[in-house]
Design a binder for this molecule. Structure first.
Ligand code: IMP
Length: 436
């Protein structure tokens, strides 16, 4: 039975939620796993007339009968999860017995969010990272620093009060320089103790050993789907550092974050839009900060699910996607938003960069170099035809089919899923028989 992962190949917002939901419905998926990131993610899934926006709970929750795991690599915001549970339950989707959260996930506290806010305005590297302000970086930093970290298991332990008091005392000293960014409540040990103890009590029935659950499942041949959050170019080790998120958001993060050996992941879908978007700061070689970018933003409704920020828009970057597809071990591409580029008079694809007059086809490791690259484009005439109701590859205009073939060739991976609109039904599947 395959283990399938769904990985974003750009800077996030590739519509991974739609692919996870679709695969969970199409295949006999038993379990969906969220294994990294936190409430910075925003997965939008459209089912019939209903739109669901999920930040922490795996998209598999929308498919009846599917079990959902939040595994140790995640940073966890209990308030967001309880809110999502209430929202889903209110819409008739049962959650309680279909969600298992590892006691090993690290918990985001108010001081993380306050510090994220402060660091975001403090332009240490000259430009703000433009984070989602969900406390992600400070929480992961505390995890790796170890001593000031609190995990979900601690919330339901009898040592919780003592732990909070120790950490708050430490934070009071450590955050001295950011005093104006903190409110009195952010470091009120008693208030935080009571609030988070209550969160723990509400979540307790859903806290359990996901690692054992998952290993039992893969060994019993159950189909597991690993749902990536953010995109590979935001990977802390392999992305456009320092303008990245704080987890391994490329395919290499699945095994460590979920707690499953790599040999159980037998199929990797890479998800990319037919253009590129980015939110937050940092270099973006193919950005179109001009009427074309504006047109893409409006056609694609490119505004953040989590923060509502307008996304920066630009052309498809095959140099970057080839890199992230290789890094993530992708063997099938899901190409999204074909309906959006179908309205453009002309379409460009970046096939190489020029750096100081030299042609390169890799993503430079240094941010100063990535800022200086000049994209080399292939320019394609647009077909300007509505494709949003097409359900088979043969129905697509010849220009669209040529573009898809060229993207496959440049990235080195076949396109197996094409998305022509947000709904489940607006998808063209060209899956090899082995993947079904
Ligand atoms: P953080 O993850 O909130 O620390 O933000 C770090 C960078 O990652 C910023 O540029 C964010 O805009 C970006 N980012 C984080 N989560 C997402 C996401 O789900 N989609 C797109 N960008 C994201």
């Amino acid at each position: 039975m395959p283990g399938t992962s769904v990985i974003g190949l750009q800077w996030g917002d590739e519509a991974k939620g739609k692919i996870v939901d679709l695969l969970a419905e199409q295949f006999q998926v038993a379990i969906v796993v969220r294994y990294q990131g936190g409430a910075n993610a925003g997965h939008t899934v459209v089912i019939g007339r209903e739109t669901y926006k999920l930040h922490q709970i795996p998209s598999g929750i929308l498919t009846p009968g599917v079990m959902n795991l939040i595994t140790p690599g995640v940073v966890f915001n209990p308030a967001v999860v309880l809110d999502e549970i209430a929202g889903l339950t209110g819409r008739g989707i049962p959650v309680a017995d279909r969600l298992l959260i590892s006691p090993r996930v690290h918990v985001v506290f108010p001081w993380h969010i306050a510090e994220d806010r402060a660091l975001n305005t403090d332009k240490i590297v000259g430009e703000s990272i433009g984070t989602t302000l969900r406390g992600i970086g400070p929480c992961y930093r505390d995890k790796y620093g170890r001593l000031a970290a609190i995990r979900l298991g601690d919330l339901v332990s009898q040592h919780f009060r003592e732990r909070i008091e120790q950490v708050v005392a430490f934070k009071r000293r450590a955050l001295e320089g950011y005093r104006e960014a903190l409110t009195a409540e952010d470091l009120d040990a008693e208030l935080i103790y009571r609030t988070y103890r209550d969160y723990g009590a509400q979540l307790a029935p859903m806290i359990g050993d996901t690692t054992t659950y998952l290993l039992d499942a893969v060994e019993a041949d159950r189909h597991v789907l690993y749902e990536g959050a953010q995109g590979s170019l935001l990977d802390i080790d392999h992305g456009t550092f320092p303008f990245v998120t704080s987890s391994n958001s490329s395919g290499v993060g699945v095994s460590a974050g979920a707690g499953v050996p790599g040999r159980w992941i037998t199929k990797v879908y890479g998800v990319a839009k037919a253009y590129t978007t980015r939110v937050g700061g940092g270099p973006f070689p193919t950005e179109q900060d001009n009427p074309t970018g504006h047109q893409i933003r409006e056609l694609g409704r490119e505004y953040g699910t989590t923060t509502g920020r307008p996304r920066r828009c630009g052309w498809f970057d095959a140099v970057a996607v080839r890199y992230t597809a290789r890094l993530s071990g992708v063997d099938g591409l899901a190409l999204m938003m074909l309906d959006v580029v179908s309205h453009l008079p002309e379409i460009r694809v970046c096939v190489a960069y020029e750096l100081d007059g030299e042609r390169i086809t890799h993503v430079p490791s240094q941010i100063e170099d990535l800022r200086r690259v000049v994209p080399v484009y292939e320019t394609w005439p647009g077909w300007q035809q509505d494709v949003s109701q097409m359900t088979r590859l043969e129905q697509l205009p010849a220009g669209a089919r040529r573009l898809i073939a060229r993207i496959s060739e440049l990235v080195g991976v076949p396109v197996e899923i094409l998305s022509v609109g947000p709904a489940r039904s607006q998808t063209i599947l060209d899956l090899p028989p082995a993947a079904r």
